[in-house]
Design a protein around this ligand. Structure first.
Ligand SMILES: Cc1cc2nc3c(=O)[nH]c(=O)nc-3n(C[C@H](O)[C@H](O)[C@H](O)COP(=O)(O)OP(=O)(O)OC[C@H]3O[C@@H](n4cnc5c(N)ncnc54)[C@H](O)[C@@H]3O)c2cc1C
Length: 392
């Protein structure tokens, strides 16, 4: 299988990949183009998740990435970034599904679980036999989850009793396990629990009416006296610092997905404007349309350079919170401009699903806000450069 660099990779960043990584990306791209792209607009309209893709994504190795807070990775962060880009270029919801299962859920077990917990859960999750979700956000605690969680874990002998609610939890209408982050009634610290979703007292209800990432199955979760054995508490998750360690590893991936989502819109806009004829010639031959396309490519190229470097820093063990925060804030802000310019280039058809740009345009709004809004990521960087924490 031959790997062709994307035309939107204008400065040729994919040349950083090894030939084996390029082959894996080519196989992923072939599958996504053949099996996923043809169905996503319809699924988006119906707000349904294509469960059949789980088996194939597992076979392609997408759930196998190891998440560790060390500089040694089984796959380079740059390669993982390109995977997120390829997924989001076709569909940002599919990229989000992988980011939640492999990045956030498996990442929590990798980073905060014991060796026994990793051995028990990660192999089953890598094959797709077990699907995971990540429950941090609550109805009354989003940006302030470091301090504002209301879900409480109370120790009861060898068990913990969980009470509270979660909101926005991706994959959670069908996940087999959900990582629930809750405040301990004993020491007030945030702890993580691997909760089997068939545990009595656990209920997940799909959030209806979303106008972005409609294929992602987000749920409201209620926890009423949910009993979880101490053995299912993430043994190395002792405070919110450990939750933040998971987010630190996954945040840059969202920046990569933002670049992929932008490229999906850009590719569709280039294609369309070369075919659409007005005033007797293709609209792509008008200077003002070329301006929209070139500004979009500039945003994509600048963001791609930033995410490549931030992933190289992760591989080298030098990436800090403020680096991934800047990449996420910057790439998602540029994405928002880019998808709007691409939508504009299609005129009325820019708001019709069939022409692809509309989906990328709408999905951009969710990528912009999840895993830390632009404001929260700005405050993380602002704290670093000024020395003042301006969160409250
Ligand atoms: C599609 C989607 C999928 C998601 N998936 C998951 C998931 O799988 N698991 C999970 O746990 N969560 C998930 N989330 C939740 C997501 O992480 C939160 O939506 C996000 O952290 C923002 O929280 P909030 O929506 O409660 O907004 P709020 O925190 O209420 O913020 C609203 C606005 O106020 C701003 N704001 C808040 N505080 C400040 C401040 N101090 N200074 C300046 N501005 C401020 C914010 O930046 C934002 O613009 C998902 C969200 C979406 C939309």
């Amino acid at each position: 299988m031959t790997f062709e660099p994307l035309s939107a990779d204008f400065f040729g960043y994919s040349e950083l990949l090894s030939s084996e990584e390029k082959e894996r990306l080519a196989a992923l791209r072939e599958y996504l183009e053949a099996e996923v792209k043809p169905i996503v607009n319809d699924l988006w309209e119906r707000a349904e998740f294509p469960h059949q893709i789980i088996k194939r994504l597992a076979e392609l190795g997408l759930y196998e990435f190891a998440w560790k807070e060390t500089s040694t990775f089984e796959n380079s962060a740059v390669f993982r970034g390109f995977v997120a880009l390829e997924l989001a270029r076709i569909d940002a919801s599919v990229a989000t599904h992988v980011g939640v299962h492999n990045g956030l859920a498996m990442g929590s077990i990798s980073v905060a679980g014991s060796a026994e917990q990793r051995a028990e859960w990660l192999p089953k999750m890598a094959t797709g036999e077990v699907t995971g979700a990540f429950g941090l956000t609550e109805p009354d605690s989003g940006s302030d989850s470091a301090q504002g969680l209301r879900t409480v874990a109370t120790r009861d002998g060898d068990d913990w009793i969980l009470n509270g609610s979660k909101r926005w939890i991706g994959n959670a209408t069908f996940s087999d396990i959900t990582i629930i982050w809750a405040k301990s009634a004993e020491d007030g610290q945030v702890k993580g629990f691997i909760v089997k979703t068939d545990t009595p007292g656990y209920t997940a209800t799909k959030i209806e009416g979303k106008q972005a990432l409609r294929i992602v199955q987000n749920a409201d979760i209620t926890l009423e006296n949910v009993r979880v054995p101490e053995a299912m508490r993430l043994q190395n998750g002792n405070s919110f610092r450990d939750t933040a360690a998971v987010l630190r590893l996954t945040r840059a991936e969202v920046a990569w997905a933002a670049v992929g989502n932008s490229i999906g819109a850009y590719d569709a806009a280039v294609r369309y404007t070369k075919q659409r004829v007005q005033f007797g010639k293709p609209i792509a031959s008008h200077q003002l349309i070329q301006d929209l396309l070139v500004k979009s490519l500039g945003n994509i190229t600048a963001s791609l350079g930033m995410v490549v470097q931030v992933s190289k820093m992760l591989d080298e063990g030098t990436q800090r919170d403020e680096h991934s925060a800047l990449a996420k804030a910057y790439a998602t802000a540029r994405m928002r401009e880019t998808v709007a310019w691409c939508r504009e280039a299609l005129g009325g058809n820019g708001i019709v699903l069939e022409y692809d740009v509309a989906r990328h345009f709408a999905d951009a709004e969710a990528l912009y806000s999840y895993e830390g809004t632009r404001e929260m990521n700005t405050l993380i960087v602002g704290r670093k450069i000024t020395g003042f924490a301006a969160f409250v």
